[in-house]
Structure formats: structure tokens, C-alpha cells
Write a new protein. Structure first.
Length: 160
């Protein structure tokens, strides 16, 4: 007969075999730390990706998406909407101009920027001489800061 330590039917042999197959507490802690580190890196990289995507969406909207509705409005009405009428003039007729207005030039409610704020509009523009200025105040929500995203050259500093 085999000694208990070598006998596959003994409880001592079974517990030693189970101990070899199980993970130690140290191995579990190391695995959790590695998973936490990888998750932290992934979240950090995704946050940067989302910020870049938000900036790209705002830039596309102010430079391209509003170009056709504003041009069509200008052709019908003779000029761009005034600063007072703003971008809302693309969705509903400005007061006193309903006879020439053939909109809506944009369907539904005017979209908000990626940070949930209204796009800003000024005509005549301070940055663009022959067309309106359209911009998002950016992530910080403050007008005239470095993160403003407008339909003018990005090299030009933002002005109020």
C-alpha cells in the first residue's frame, strides 16, 4: 500500500493537488492590478478620442453642414440672416419676412454642439468679411477662448 501522501485516494493527496491548481492570493491581486491598469489606459485613450471626435463634429457643422442652408436662404431672401434673427431663421420665418421666406432650410430643431450648447452666429462676421461667423464655444463653454471652433481659419485668434 502507498503512503497517504502518494495515495491518489487520500485527502492529503487531493488537497495538495487542488492547491497546485488554484491561484494564490498574490496571483489574484497581480491579475486584478494588471486588469485595472489596462482599463485605465483604455479609458484615458478613449477620452482623448471622444474629445477629438467632438471637435471634428463641431468643425464640420460650422464649416460644411450649414453652408447649403445659409446659401439657399441668402438666394431666397437677398442676404444672410441678421445676428438678431440668427440660425433660427433657417427653421422658421423671421418676423416681417414671411412673404419671401421659402423654408424651412433646415429640418427640425437647430442641432446643438457636441457639448449641448447652441451654436453662435454673427452677421456681418468679424472673422469672415463676406459671410457669417458661426462657432461653438467649445468644451469650456466660454466665448472667445482658445477652444472655440469657428468657420474661420484656425490660425486666427478668436475675437469677441
Amino acid at each position: 500500500m502507498l503512503p497517504n501522501a502518494l495515495n491518489p485516494k487520500s485527502s492529503a493527496f487531493a488537497s495538495r493537488r487542488a492547491a497546485r491548481r488554484a491561484f494564490s492570493l498574490l496571483e489574484i491581486i497581480v491579475a486584478i492590478a494588471i486588469i485595472g491598469l489596462l482599463a485605465g489606459l483604455a479609458i484615458n485613450n478613449l477620452t482623448g478620442t471622444f474629445d477629438d471626435a467632438s471637435k471634428g463634429i463641431a468643425k464640420t457643422f460650422v464649416t460644411s453642414s450649414l453652408k447649403l442652408p445659409l446659401t439657399t436662404y441668402r438666394l431666397h431672401m437677398g442676404d444672410y440672416p441678421s445676428t438678431a434673427d440668427g440660425l433660427n431663421a433657417l427653421g422658421s420665418a423671421p418676423q416681417g419676412k414671411a412673404d419671401r421666406w421659402r423654408g424651412p432650410y433646415i429640418e427640425g430643431k437647430m442641432p446643438e454642439d457636441p457639448w449641448g450648447r447652441q451654436y453662435q452666429y454673427r452677421y456681418p462676421g468679424q472673422h469672415n468679411k463676406d459671410r457669417p461667423d458661426i462657432w461653438s464655444v467649445g468644451k469650456d463653454g466660454q466665448d472667445g477662448t482658445a477652444d472655440d471652433i469657428g468657420n474661420w481659419s484656425s490660425e486666427e485668434p478668436a475675437a469677441k
